[in-house]
Design a protein around this ligand. Structure first.
Ligand code: CUA
Length: 182
């Protein structure tokens, strides 16, 4: 088949170029966000039994919140459920690598912190993980951004980002590498 012989109306040709340009624009936005703004698609694949979170080691109630492990790594564990995130308030240091881990106890939720690069879905049955650094101290809302029911609009937690030197590590520590196995 010879493509040279296909007749394309000039107007149609123009719109083919316009649509290719739009697709190209979107791909460049994705590339710029990923390469320069630290915005990547969440890639953590880890399963968990959402109905038994209270029995899991990691997402049991007294294990939620901010923890520093023996390597000095900071992990924040939260449970999303209609209609709140547990815990409701967390305080974390600025300019520090933070690993957030979420599990849903019921339906699909999302989590989004405006003005930061943090946003992910929280799918029941999976652990969502985001590693990020908040450069600016301040008070940030942590919002649910997936419609999860009538109380969706009221589902949020508060994140306070304080300067590194003013942040106090929570008293309890956890051995590195604790998992959901067993
Ligand atoms: Cu949870 Cu919307």
């Amino acid at each position: 088949m010879n493509f040279e012989n296909i007749h394309i109306d000039p107007l149609e040709k123009k719109w083919i170029y316009v649509s290719l340009a739009i697709a190209g624009l979107f791909v460049s936005i994705l590339l710029i966000d990923s390469l320069f703004h630290g915005i990547d698609a969440p890639s953590n694949v880890e399963t968990i039994d959402s109905a038994r979170l209270h029995l899991s080691k990691e997402f049991a109630e007294d294990n939620l919140g901010v923890q520093v492990d023996t390597n000095g790594d900071i992990t924040i564990r939260m449970v999303a459920g209609r209609y709140t995130f547990f815990p409701k308030h967390i305080t974390v240091p600025a300019d520090t690598r933070l690993t957030f881990r979420w599990a849903s106890m019921d339906v699909l939720h999302g989590v989004h912190m405006p003005m930061t690069n943090m946003s992910t879905m929280i799918v029941p049955g999976y652990v969502s993980e985001v590693t990020t650094i908040f450069p600016k101290p301040g008070k940030y809302p942590l919002l649910c951004n997936e419609y999860c029911g009538l109380g969706h609009d009221h589902m949020w937690s508060n994140v306070v980002v304080v300067a590194k030197e003013h942040w106090q590590a929570p008293a309890k520590t956890q051995p590195a590498g604790d998992t959901n196995d067993g």
